[in-house]
Design a protein around this ligand. Sequence first.
Ligand SMILES: *Cc1c(COP(=O)(O)O)cnc(C)c1O
Length: 387
Amino acid sequence: MIWGELETGLAGLAADGVLRRRRVLDGPCGPDAVIDGRRVLAFCSNDYLGLANHPTLVAAARDAAERWGVGSGASHAVSGHLRPHEEIEQRLAAFVGRERALYFTTGYMANLAIAPALVDRRDAIFADRLNHASLIDAALLSRAEHIRFPHGDMEALARRLEQSGARRKLILTDAVFSMDGDLAPLPALFELAERFDAWLVVDDAHGFGVLGPGGRGSAAHFELPPSPRLILMGTLGKAAGVSGAFVAGDQRVIEWLLQRARSYMFTTASSPLLAAALLVSLDLIERGEERRARLRQLIGRLREGLDGLPWRLSPSPTAIQPLMVGSNEAAVRLSERLFARGVWVPAIRPPTVPAGTARLRISLSAAHADAHIDTLVAALHDCARRD
Ligand SMILES: *Cc1c(COP(=O)(O)O)cnc(C)c1O
C-alpha cells in the first residue's frame, strides 16, 4: 500500500516530464563544469559575481578552519555562536544600513523564521503569486491567512489590503523573482505597507551583491528608507559565493527572531569557516563594481545575441534570463540538445514555475567570458534551425 503509491507517484512524475535528475560535478562551481569526464559550459548557477571558487575566499576558509575548526557544535543560543558569526552579523547590518542582522544557515531557514515568528492565525499575509517556494512554506507554517495577489499587481494588492480585517498584516515578496528575473515594484509595495500599517518582508536572494550601490541589494537600488516596517532577507550562497543567509532590520524584530524563530533556535550554527569566508566575500562585493559592470555587459550581449529565436526571452534586466519554451517536454528536449552541444542550461518545470511556462533558465556570472556567451548563442540558433 505505502509502496504502491510511491511507485505510481514516481511513474506519474516521469510521465509528466518533471522527474529531476542530478548531475554530478567533478570540480568547483564555475563556467567550466566537468561532468562524467566531459567539460561543459555551464549557465546554471547563482554565483553571479564568480566568487564561489575565488582564491581569496578559499584561503579565508582554509585559514578559518585552522583557527576555528570546522564545526560549531551547537545552536547559536547554546554554544555555537563563534566570533566569526558575531562579526558577520555586525558587518551585514552595517553593510545594508539596518540596526541589526541575524545570520542563518540557509535562505530557506531564514524565510521560515520571519513570517511564523511575526504573524499567526489572527493575521494575514499578502504574497505575490510568483514568490519563492520558501516564502510560500513560511506563510503556510505561520497559519496566517495566505492571500496571494497577481504578480506585480499593486492595485490588486491595495484592494486586498483594504478589504482585510486582519490584526497584523505582512506583505511578502521576492525582490528579484527567481525564475523570471524581473524586479518587484518595491517603492509601491513600501508605500502600501505604510498606508495599511503592514510589515514588508523583502527576499533579496538574487539582488544582494548584484544590485544597488556597492551591491547592497534591491532595497538600496530603489532607495527605500530604513523603516522599521521593512524587513530585509538576503542569501549568501548566491552572489556572495558561500552559504547561509541573513535577516536585517529593526532591533526589536531581530531580537524577536533570535528569541522565537524555530528555524533559528533549533538548528546547529553553520561552520564558522563559512562566516569567515563571508567576511572576505563582503569586501569583494563592496569593491565589486567591475564585476557588476561586467555582468551587465554580458546580459546585454546575451539579449542581443538571442534576438530572432523562436523562443521568447523574458524582459529581465538581471542575470536571470529565462527563455520561455512552454511544454515540459520541449523545455527538457531543448536543454538536452544544448547539453549534447556542450552547453548546460537547466530546464525549469512545474511546480517551480506555473504549468505551461516551462523554460530554460539561463543564469549569467561575471566569471563568464564573452566567448562563452557567443557559444551559447550559436548553440541556441543551431538548435532553432534544426528543430
Ligand atoms: C535560493 C532562494 C532562497 C533560499 O536560499 P538558500 O540559501 O538557497 O536556502 C530563498 N528565496 C529565494 C527567492 C531564492 O531564490
